[in-house]
Design a protein around this ligand. Structure first.
Ligand code: S3P
Ligand code: PEP
Length: 450
């Protein structure tokens, strides 16, 4: 049992009132435009690729949140220079980041926080350095699956000291003379990030890198497609024509000049709000085509009863407050499970979410946490082998615990729109991927947009 293990929930839902955020109920139908900050997954991929590129890159409107600031700090430790905003050079806006690559250096300690992208993407980068790099993170980070990354980095010739646990904390010492490359075989069934991590460094090996997945199906495949697309944007040649096998050619990485798309998964709670409260919420800048898994929200919200329109002005969701249950396989978009669960808990018919066993290794054991918290408000949720079942039930107020999980916190806020007296614990945990969730939520409810 650990501090953020849902099974450690005390029997009585009493917490320090100072830690609780009274989730506002919606007084009526919404009418808001919500500008959602940049994608976490794109920002952190662009940062890594830019740090390994030949010349400086420009990231326009990156996400500025705990996960991306940790990534920027870590890359600085590894020898790159990341200049956040306020850069006077021509064509660089105050919100933009400039990344100047440098030789990858070691001798540092990387704080991964609870960011999967930092803890998985950077050990292969550290293996390019000439001296050891130590990795550690939050308490829960020490429980998140890391074995495939550790094994892969060893297959690349690096020395990893992990006390035989295959978990954080550990140190990585790359082989003298850099990475040769070759073939790495891993089981990526616990996280797509294991594959992305290796692809990101492939071009910097001498012979190119073949990654072969051996094991049960990989979750979150759109995130691997995103990695491949970002690499191609930087001129890297990637062969992904065979399922479960990727080959990245060795070669120079071109600098990037990219506009970061809004984070579509982070848009989820705001769009869900229109479905719960009725009215309309628009998210400007929704891409017409994207590799972000969050794009699936359009279909999910439509199935749950909302009207969804994608046009040049962005994505518009219009709801009536009537919500229908769904039977969904979220294997490719597990990030959405918390917000979909919140909607399903408020729906008039049962829901089944499948294909998301890997969520047990996310920020917390999300399946256990969602069942525990929905049921603590009177809901009827149960865990299955690979997902959740939710049955309609009248909900009541109470403490909604979040276990250091940003998406638990936003799920609690969605339920609170309709259920009086929901107190969300540690709302600040949303800062992992959203800089000001409470402010954005209040603006949305005021109808003026964020
Ligand atoms: O590569 C990425 O940016 C991500 C991949 C996915 O991880 P898993 O494959 O571990 O689900 C996703 O859930 C996570 O939020 C972000
Ligand atoms: C699983 C998630 O994050 P991470 O990048 O830390 O894996 C998430 O944001 O839902």
């Amino acid at each position: 049992m650990t501090p953020n293990d849902p099974s450690s929930r005390p029997p009585s839902p009493v917490a320090d009132a100072g830690e609780l955020w009274a989730a506002p109920t919606a007084a009526g139908p919404l009418d808001a435009v919500v500008a959602v900050p940049g994608s976490k997954s794109l920002t952190n991929r662009y940062l890594v690729v830019a740090a390994l590129a030949e010349r400086p890159s420009l990231l326009r409107d990156p996400l500025v949140s705990r996960d991306t600031l940790l990534m920027a700090d870590a890359l600085r430790q590894l020898g790159a220079d990341v200049v956040e905003g306020g850069h006077a050079a021509e064509g660089v806006g105050p919100e933009d980041w400039v990344v100047r690559p440098g030789p990858v250096t070691g001798g540092s300690r990387i704080d991964c926080g609870l960011a999967g992208t930092v803890m998985r993407f950077l050990p292969p980068v550290a293996a390019l350095a000439d001296s050891p790099v130590e990795f550690d993170g939050d308490t829960r980070a020490r429980e998140r699956p890391m074995g495939a990354v550790v094994e892969a980095v060893r297959q690349l010739g690096a020395l990893v000291e992990d006390g035989g646990r295959g978990l954080l904390p550990f140190s990585v010492q790359g082989p003298a003379g850099g990475l040769r490359g070759g073939t790495v075989r891993i089981d990526a069934s616990a996280s797509s990030q294991f594959v992305s991590a290796l692809l990101l460094v492939g071009a910097r090996t001498r012979e190119g890198l073949e990654v072969v997945h051996e094991g049960p199906p990989i979750p979150s495949l759109p995130h691997i497609r995103m990695t491949v697309e970002v690499l191609r944007d930087a001129g890297v040649l990637v062969d992904d024509s065979t399922p479960g096998r990727w080959f990245v050619e060795a070669g120079e990485i071109n600098p990037l000049d990219v506009q970061v798309e809004p984070d579509l998964s982070n848009a989820g709670p705001f769009l869900a709000a229109a479905a719960v409260a009725g009215g309309r919420v628009r998210v400007p800048g929704w891409p017409q085509s994207t590799t972000q898994a969050g794009d699936v929200l359009r279909d999910v919200l439509d199935q749950m009863g909302a009207d969804v329109t994608l046009d040049r002005d962005g994505l518009l969701v219009e709801g009536t407050g009537e919500l229908y249950g769904v039977d969904l396989d979220l294997h490719e978009a597990g990030e959405l499970a918390p917000v979909v669960t919140a909607l399903a808990a408020l729906a008039s018919s049962p829901s089944r979410l499948r294909g998301i066993a890997h969520l047990r290794g996310h920020e917390t054991d999300r399946l256990k946490a969602l069942v525990t918290e929905v049921n603590s408000l009177g809901g009827r949720a149960e865990e299955t082998l690979d997902g959740l079942l939710l049955h309609p039930a009248p909900l009541h107020g109470g403490v909604f615990r979040t276990y250091a999980d940003h998406r638990m916190a936003t799920a609690g806020a969605v339920i609170g729109l309709r259920v009086e007296g929901v107190l969300v614990e540690d709302i600040a945990t949303t800062g992992k991927t959203l800089p000001d969730f409470p402010g954005m939520w209040a603006s949305m409810l005021a109808g003026v947009g964020a």
